[in-house]
Design a protein around this ligand. Structure first.
Ligand code: F6P
Length: 550
């Protein structure tokens, strides 16, 4: 590991070899790379579980890939990976193990943290979740007035919201459509209002999802939800037990809030928030899709965990994606990375990846606290195609920025689409394939001219091409494939963090804003003098109070 060797990343021979290689390579042309190697498309592909990855449309040669793999070996990515799987405390700044992989380990696996096998506890919680989910789905769990639960509202933020909200959207075709499942995260009261204004409180279950159970947005919304429910039912505190459950690591705070800890579903400090939706945090999803589908999803995660753990670097998908990102971010100065799913159900996928990637790798000191001298995590963005094509793809095709992109598509549409709508899938996928072709190979001025375009219009209609993409193709969007995709990105982020020698599992960067918000609030409400408020913020607060009529 870097921390042991103390060699800074940019001092390693492997890093320098990549820099030299980049210089020597100059501007490679994808057209030329394909012309020079008729086997390129069949050589630059790999399979991980049900995921088929084509990486032939990247600005790389065999030598580039070889040098990148040497960098991964030299920076100890495999050693750190093995330490993670073994349950070692690789989250050094929080002194915690990083074991989201244990959440999807089979029942008979043995994974120890401090000498204790955590797998039985993981499955005990999954079983408890399954029993509860079945009770809600069957109608056996009723509200305070005896009515069946028809609405489930998850209240959480960050990792306690984005994962279940995204997965619920992705797996909609697998959900019980008679249930209304909503997600509230924003402390803006409008979020809770919109989620509950048309619901019957007697039929509504709130799931309060918070690892720490101290997050102000979540506790504020949970408190308001409790008032809304008790007011609507005209009931006292005794109604809470039938309408509120908690997902947390903090039993004491759950009890303080007034939720019976018998209705708490536990997880552990070795599960990072952004790696937690396959833990108890997925309860709302499990209620929606049922325990069997949830387990299928966990099996999908596990398949890619095993792939990441055992496949040689040359055939290892998370290594490949991670290293390609390093090639562009560190050796081509790319600042962002687009994830462009060709499925309407993946509309929240990129938002989920933003937290996974940007909260993990948005760091600027190494594991020893020294400022890094190299770029770390990219800006991750994107929305489902083909909508993006009619919005921002222009910039990817003809703008001045290098934006590596992942295109994610599926061979089959979801089963429940009626035939005419299912037929539209080929058109969707035609766009999927056409875009990566256009991005890679563009259209030369000669080709444009040959179409009879007037000379002065040629530059405008020319496509430079050479925009790198990875194509990820899966048979269909199933719970298992979703698990596989998420695990693929989790481990990609891991590989990058390991190479960059940063702690991908803490998130100290969100703390300052939280502390200041607490300090600023009395200035807004009471006009209190807040020590240390800068002149700009002070003026803004005064204007706010004036506009607010205070
Ligand atoms: O944004 C910081 C953060 O700690 C995230 O990492 C986490 O997912 C989110 O807040 C919510 O935290 P909690 O689940 O403890 O409410």
């Amino acid at each position: 590991m870097n921390a042991e060797s103390r060699t800074r990343l940019n001092q390693t021979p492997e890093w320098n070899a990549l820099g030299k290689h980049r210089e020597a390579l100059g501007e490679v042309r994808l057209r030329e790379l394909f012309d020079a190697d008729p086997e390129r498309a069949s050589r630059y592909r790999l399979t991980a579980g049900d995921l088929y990855l084509d990486y032939s449309k990247h600005l790389v040669t065999d030598e580039t890939l070889d040098l990148l793999r040497q960098l991964a070996r030299a920076t100890g990515v495999e050693k750190l990976r093995d330490a993670m799987f073994r349950g070692e405390r690789i989250n050094t700044t929080e002194d915690r193990a990083v074991l989201h992989t244990a959440l999807r380990a089979p029942r008979d696996a043995v994974i120890e943290v401090d000498g204790e096998n955590v797998v039985p506890a993981v499955h005990a919680v999954l079983d408890k979740m399954a029993a509860f989910a079945e009770q809600v789905r069957s109608g056996a769990w009723t509200g305070h007035t005896g009515k069946r639960i028809k609405n489930v509202v998850n209240i959480g933020i960050g990792g306690s919201d984005l994962g279940p909200a995204m997965a619920h959207e992705v797996l909609r075709p697998y959900t019980d459509r008679s249930l209304t499942v909503r997600f509230v995260s924003n402390v803006d009261g409008a979020d809770l209002h919109e989620a509950v204004h048309d619901l019957d409180a007697a039929e509504t279950l709130f799931i309060i999802a918070s690892k720490t159970f101290t997050t102000i947005e979540t506790i504020t919304n949970a408190t308001s939800a409790r008032s809304w429910l008790l007011d609507a039912l005209g009931a006292g505190q005794e109604a809470v037990a039938k309408h509120f459950v908690a997902l947390s690591t903090n039993a004491e705070k759950v009890a303080d809030f007034g939720i019976d800890t018998a209705n708490m579903f536990e997880f552990w400090d070795w599960v990072g928030g952004r790696y937690s939706y396959d833990s108890a945090i997925g309860l709302s999803l499990m209620i929606a899709i049922g325990p069997d589908r949830f387990r299928e999803m966990l099996d999908g995660f596990h398949q890619i965990d095993e792939h990441f753990r055992t496949a040689p670097i040359e055939e290892n998908a998370p290594f490949l994606l991670g290293l390609l990102g390093i090639w562009y971010g560190n050796f081509h100065d790319a600042q962002s990375h687009a994830v462009l799913p060709y499925s309407h159900y993946l509309s929240k996928f990129t938002a989920y990846l933003q937290q996974l990637d940007m909260e993990s790798n948005g760091k600027s000191v190494d594991r020893e606290g020294r400022p890094v001298e190299w770029q770390t995590g990219p800006v991750v963005w994107g929305t489902p195609g083909t909508n993006g094509q009619h919005a921002y793809y222009q910039l990817i095709h003809q703008g001045t920025k290098l934006i590596p992109a992942d295109f994610i598509g599926f061979a089959r549409p979801v089963d429940e689409l009626e035939p005419q709508l299912a037929d539209q899938h080929d058109l969707l996928m035609a766009n999927f394939f056409a875009q990566t072709q256009a991005l890679a190979f563009g259209k030369t001025p000669e080709e444009v001219r040959a179409e009879g375009v007037a000379d002065d219009a040629v530059p405008h209609k020319t496509f430079r091409g050479n925009h790198p993409t990875t194509t990820v193709l899966a048979p269909a969007l199933s719970p298992s494939v979703l698990g596989q995709l998420i695990a693929l990105y989790e481990h990609k982020v891991f590989v990058q963090g390991a190479v960059w020698d940063i702690d991908s599992f803490d998130q100290w960067g969100v703390e300052l804003g939280k502390v200041l918000a607490k300090r600023v609030e009395p200035a807004l409400t009471e006009g209190a003098e807040v020590p240390g408020l800068d002149a700009s913020t002070k003026t803004l607060v005064a204007k706010y109070r004036e506009l607010r009529g205070r």
